[in-house]
Design a protein around this ligand. Structure first.
Ligand SMILES: [Fe+2]
Length: 184
């Protein structure tokens, strides 16, 4: 189930949305594209090539809009030896000079979008596609025991590099694990 929790900048819950269409509409008004793609049956150990092949049509249909230069499949499991390090990499507020475009093939993670004086926590799960525009302050939390597989799309080389804003706002907002245990 997709979930959107809206917070003020102190971490107070302002609104919770669980209906996919409502989430799409709320995010659309903020220029964030959120879609549900038909999930394909893939084995857990599917290779990057298998994943890209399975979603070939969907990838092709959005390619003209973004003019991607590359794409890959990122995956992590709870037994990953560097899971804390990887989690911490994108846990502080940052921006990118490229769109941050992800499709969740499996598992889940939460994107936090800091727009004006509010924070939109979007819990993405298997089947969710999200596109965060360039230069949008945001962070991503995969949780203490991360488990996801996602296709990452890049439209400029090095576009994934994080430019940290220096804000500590991500410490004031409940993390992925808290959101999941409270609402899902
Ligand atoms: Fe990011």
């Amino acid at each position: 189930m997709s979930l959107l929790v809206l917070y003020d900048e102190e971490g107070k819950v302002l609104k919770v949305e669980m209906d996919h269409d409502s989430i799409v509409k709320t995010l659309e008004d903020l220029c964030i594209i959120f879609q549900r793609w038909q999930v394909k049956n893939l084995p857990e150990d599917a290779s990057e090539e298998d994943v890209l092949k399975a979603y070939e049509k969907e990838i092709e249909s959005i390619k003209s809009f973004y003019k991607f230069v590359s794409l890959d499949v990122a995956s992590i499991t709870p037994d990953h030896p560097k899971k804390s390090e990887l989690r911490n990499m994108f846990l502080r507020e940052h921006t990118h000079s490229d769109f941050e475009v992800r499709f969740f093939v499996d598992g889940m993670g939460t994107f936090y979008l800091h727009l004006r004086d509010k924070v939109y926590a979007v819990v993405c799960e298997k089947g969710d596609f999200i596109s965060v525009p360039a230069n949008t302050p945001h962070w991503f939390d995969m949780g203490k025991n991360p488990s996801f597989k996602a296709i990452r799309f890049f439209s400029i080389p090095e576009g994934w590099v994080a430019n940290f804003t220096g804000s500590d706002i991500s410490e004031k907002i409940p993390d992925h694990d808290s959101i999941v245990s409270s609402w899902l």
